[in-house]
Design a binder for this molecule. Structure first.
Ligand SMILES: Cc1cc2nc3c(=O)[nH]c(=O)nc-3n(C[C@H](O)[C@H](O)[C@H](O)COP(=O)(O)OP(=O)(O)OC[C@H]3O[C@@H](n4cnc5c(N)ncnc54)[C@H](O)[C@@H]3O)c2cc1C
Length: 402
């Protein structure tokens, strides 16, 4: 299919690209677009979860068509010193349901799966096959890459989904059970570690073992065994594994955003998704930010390619500015707290008012929230906290890969 033309070419059918395509199609059904994805399915192979309170106006409507699991009776967190129930609703969407939801709504002719893009420019994209798609606007939503211009550490996890022969009796998600041993997988080091448990159906549980570490290494077998042990301790020994996921996500604690963008920007091409800087620096999650961005892009879809690129870049700059508090907290986590005391930072944070916690996850932390988060006796020593806040952090590069 040489010489195809379209209004908008979206490169990368992950969360960001898929949501932009959906928002575009809903706002401008007449507009031609191509969603070009290297893989065989949209959204990859994992699940996204978020708090209902995270979503911006219009976000619920955008996500309404996807089959997802919803918990409306709150969630729990647990720390060495206490356990707390919070009220916010929680949602989880499997990528297979993301893929099915998009295919049900988007025109089949707009989807190009199994098509890797080899080059992007202001006038369109070139596929690895040699095909060229000319476009009025190009949006780069390819995967995020580690960068020497950004600093921080890693959030590392393995998730396992089990089916049981009987109801498990759990009804609320456990978002963070940090009452468990704070061990990094390798050596005797500690790391901030927690278990995450989602009751996905009355006879299905999803467990995720997560830790924050400076070293980018995932021992999937070890994390898998720790999940078995945790489930067994809860009385669940007879589960049949029906799904698995793993991830190593960058936790951004600082860096030079302009230099990062300059190293990957393509003139006249808009960049969205985690690659464009649209992520929560501390949780590495992107769902609410991707929803907000998709809606904003759809409402500016008639801009020329370069103007759209400028518009999205301004949004990325603004996002970087307004998320500095989360990068500072990340520096406290990695640099100020002794590894075995990192849990104290989250243990203290979760004692704060619930509306502040909701704004924290949604990247809507206010100035009074910041003062509240940083006031009082810090859970780390003050000289270490000052050094951490002033520190540069470690570059987020590909050393120590699996
Ligand atoms: C296991 C796991 C669990 C996660 N859980 C959550 C969660 O619960 N909540 C949350 O908000 N976030 C979660 N995340 C973080 C997640 O990475 C982001 O939320 C989100 O997936 C980022 O979306 P994206 O579209 O920016 O990038 P991606 O999802 O990485 O999508 C990029 C897409 O671009 C495609 N691509 C790359 N290069 C090319 C090319 N040359 N041509 C064509 N296509 C290309 C890729 O195949 C991919 O599909 C999780 C991540 C993982 C790995």
């Amino acid at each position: 299919m040489n010489g195809r033309e379209t209004d908008v070419a979206i490169v990368g059918g992950g969360l960001a690209g898929g949501l932009i395509a959906l928002a575009l199609h809903r706002a401008h059904p007449e507009m031609r677009f191509q969603l070009i994805e290297a893989g065989a399915a949209l959204g990859g192979h994992h699940r996204w979860s978020w708090f209902d309170s995270d979503l911006p106006e219009g976000g619920h409507a955008l996500l309404a068509g996807f089959a997802k699991t919803e918990w409306n009776d709150g969630y729990e967190v647990a720390f060495p010193a206490y356990r707390r129930a919070l009220a916010a609703g929680y949602r989880s969407l499997a990528s297979s349901d993301f893929d099915a939801g998009l295919r049900a709504v988007l025109p089949a002719s707009a989807l190009r799966l199994g098509s890797k893009v080899s080059a992007l420019d202001v006038g369109g994209v070139t596929l690895e096959s040699g095909d060229r798609i000319a476009a009025q606007a190009v949006i780069d939503c390819r995967s995020v890459l580690p960068s020497q211009h950004l600093q921080g550490g890693w959030q590392i996890f393995t998730g396992r989904h089990f089916k049981y022969g009987r109801p498990h009796g759990l009804s609320q998600p456990m978002i963070m059970d940090a009452s468990i041993a704070q061990h990094a997988p390798s050596g005797n080091r500690s790391a901030y570690r927690f278990m995450y448990v989602l009751p996905l159906a009355k006879d299905e549980l999803f467990f995720e073992d997560t830790y924050y570490d400076e070293t980018r290494a995932l021992d999937e077998d070890l994390l898998g065994r720790r999940i078995d042990q945790y489930a067994a301790d809860m009385g669940f020994r007879d589960g049949v594994e029906i799904g698995r996921e793993k991830g190593i996500l960058p936790v951004i604690t600082g860096g030079n955003f302009d230099a990062y963008r300059a190293s990957i920007d393509i003139p006249g091409v808009a960049m969205a998704g985690a690659r464009g800087g649209f992520s929560h620096p501390l949780t590495s999650y992107t769902m609410p930010i991707a929803v907000e961005n998709a809606l904003a892009i759809a409402s500016h879809a008639h801009l020329s390619g370069p103007l759209l690129a400028h518009f999205v870049r301004e949004r990325a700059n603004e996002h970087w500015r307004k998320t500095s508090i989360y990068r500072a907290l990340g520096r406290m986590l990695f640099k100020a707290a002794e590894p075995e005391r990192r849990v104290d930072i989250f243990q203290r944070f979760y004692r704060l008012p619930e509306d502040l916690i909701e704004r924290f996850y949604a990247c809507r932390t206010t100035l009074p929230d910041k003062l509240r988060i940083l006031s009082g006796k810090p859970p780390v020593s003050i000289p270490r906290a000052i050094r951490a806040l002033a520190s540069k952090g470690d570059p987020l590069i590909m050393e120590n890969t699996e």
